[in-house]
Write a protein that binds this ligand. Structure first.
Ligand code: HEM
Length: 555
């Protein structure tokens, strides 16, 4: 006899009760399998850092141990990696309440940036986000698109002069440096109505500090001190290069934020320049500061948001500033240079695949020799959209989210997990205090979800909606089934800002220039050991990405 609905409900209820009785009663995590720790001191931390392609390691582990497994951190600490769409959706939906920044990460963010949105959890986070939200609305970003066009055309003027001076068909240009500077000027003007003039090679202190990160060929000890300094402030007195940079960065950020805040308040009070106040992110912040009751932010919070956005903005088209805990001891602060990170990866990928670069150029030329309008950027250029999403899928600047559980929880899974005792289960019992990691890079590039060509740069996959429907990737929640912008209550606030800037800069550059790798498609790209491992051309000093840049005839 076929089971009735009542039978099925009863069975599910009984199995849930058993699960609760087994795991909740005993107050232990579901015991999981996982790789042997290669070192008591470092756990898997160093091993993962040393891999050229950490995503492959996660893929190997997921294949061997299933969708949840345990890895070790320094001194025997543990964290659980969840590689299942349903489990990730559950995890992200409980961000800021059920799962929060670890204590060390929290202290680190507070000491470096203050009590802004990235620091806040639960109700305070909700309130700060609600206040910031209007500054990142589609309408607000649409108004900022002229800022991005101005920045990229300023860059174009310099590039044209460089090509003219080269007296050759092309010039060799370090696109990494230029992407940094275009990002800084964009966030400066779009965020605060402040022109850093990085594109004019003005060496303001903020440019110097950020540029110095790329030269920071610091040793392991120095980096360790750098990352732990904000948590154990006495370490910041040690005379390491990282510490000097950190001090300089904090002073510079504080001064700029202070100055900008004063200026914007003056502008706002006197209504001298409503454009700055209305358009820029700081304008919204100042308004919220003066707002009185409901959405009021303290001055301290306003400064903290500015610090956060400033770093993020330079560091990218934004702030993609995250903290990831590699276990209870190791906080790694990632100043994510998201846009330029994405921007330079876009140019590298398109230089490796000239036919895809041409395809993009043809689409842009179809606009009839003009730059894309807002409508075209948002829905009229499918291949541009596909290239941008493919770059963000393959090269997420933040490749992992790590949080600690604030209470006991049961994480549901789509695929079964086999516990270390050999028992199958589709739920993971988590006790308060457990560290959980969402491996963004793995979820974005695993063959399990994206098919056999998962690791190839193939923008076309975004044009074949039907093909995507047949893949498990469609189960992944998050912007277009990738976790690059995270998900849930802490999902990236600057996503539209970042996508708009990314598309504008790429569209203008591809319309006017042809990009090629110095030694053809097989040019080797290595990792540069900076704050974040970043691409660099093999054989060159530092994090440089020199490309051959040729002008497109008639443009
Ligand atoms: C390609 C570009 C970007 C990527 C990939 C990116 C990615 C992310 C990710 C993964 C997070 C979550 C961080 C965490 O959980 O620790 C985040 C948060 C955030 N991002 Fe971005 N981001 C980008 C650009 C931007 C830009 C341009 C802005 C602003 C101008 C921005 C503003 C923020 C803010 C304010 C948060 C904190 C949100 C919160 O805590 O509620 N991001 N971003």
């Amino acid at each position: 006899m076929a089971p009735t609905v009542f039978d099925l409900i009863s069975l599910s209820a009984v199995s849930l009760l058993i699960t609760l009785a087994i795991f909740k009663g005993s107050k232990i995590n579901t015991p999981l399998r996982g790789p042997q720790s290669p070192s008591f001191i470092f756990g898997h931390y160093r091993y993962i850092q040393e891999q050229n392609d950490p995503e492959l390691v996660y893929e190997k582990w997921a294949k061997k141990y299933g969708p949840a497994y345990q890895v070790t951190g320094p001194f025997g600490s543990k964290r659980i990696v969840i590689c299942d769409p349903k489990a990730n959706a559950h995890f992200y939906s409980r961000e800021t309440n059920g799962y929060v920044q670890t204590k060390l990460a929290h202290v680190f963010i507070e000491n470096l940036f203050g009590r802004g949105v990235l620091w806040a959890e639960a109700d305070s986070h909700k309130r700060q986000r609600k206040t910031l939200m209007p500054a990142f609305s589609n309408a607000a970003i649409r108004r900022l698109s002229t800022v991005f066009y101005d920045a990229v055309y300023k860059m174009k003027t310099s590039w044209d002069a460089t090509i003219d001076n080269a007296k050759a068909e092309y010039a060799v240009i370090d696109v990494q440096k230029w992407m940094n500077h275009v990002s800084l000027d964009s966030i400066g003007i779009g965020g605060f109505g402040h022109d850093f003039k990085a594109l004019e090679n003005k060496n303001t202190s903020v440019v110097e500090v950020f540029d110095s990160f790329d030269d920071a060929n610091t040793d392991f000890f120095s980096r360790l001190i750098f990352f732990l300094g904000p948590v154990f402030p006495t370490l910041q007195n040690l005379p390491t290069k990282g510490n000097r940079m950190l001090r300089q960065l904090r002073e510079t950020m504080g001064k700029i934020a202070d100055e900008l805040l004063k200026r914007s308040r003056r502008v706002s009070d006197e209504k001298e320049d409503s454009v700055i106040a209305d358009k820029s992110i700081i304008g919204i912040l100042v308004r919220s500061e003066n707002a009185g009751t409901k959405l009021e932010m303290s001055s301290e919070e306003v400064l903290a948001q500015m610090n956060t956005l400033l770093v993020a903005g330079y560091a990218t088209t934004s702030i993609s500033l995250t903290v990831r805990l590699l276990n209870n001891y190791f906080v790694k602060f990632l100043i994510q240079k998201s846009f330029f990170f994405g921007g330079q990866w876009a140019l590298i990928e398109l230089s490796r695949a000239i036919e895809k670069q041409d395809k993009l150029r043809i689409e842009i030329a179809g606009l009839g020799g003009t730059d894309p309008t807002w409508e075209q950027l948002t829905s009229g250029l499918p291949y541009l959209n596909a290239v941008v999403h493919e770059v963000l899928r393959l090269h997420p600047p933040v490749n992992e989210t790590t949080r600690v559980a604030t209470e006991d929880d049961i994480i549901p899974f789509t695929s079964p997990i086999i516990t270390s005792q050999g028992l199958p289960t589709d739920k993971l019992f988590i006790t308060k205090g457990t560290i959980i990691s969402s491996p963004i890079g793995y979820m974005n590039t695993s063959t399990t979800f994206w098919g056999p060509d998962a690791r190839e740069f193939k923008p076309e996959r975004w044009l074949e909606e039907d093909a995507l429907c047949n893949l498990r990737a469609k189960e992944i929640q998050g912007h277009r089934h990738i976790l690059t912008f995270s998900d849930g209550p802490r999902t990236c606030l600057g996503k539209t800002f970042a996508l708009t800037e990314f598309k504008i800069i790429l569209a203008v550059l591809i319309r006017h220039y042809l990009f090629e790798l110095l030694d053809g498609p097989n040019t080797q790209i290595d990792k540069h050991p900076s704050i974040l491992p970043r691409p660099k051309m093999r054989g060159y000093e530092g994090a440089v990405v020199p490309l051959k840049v040729r002008r497109i005839e008639g443009e």
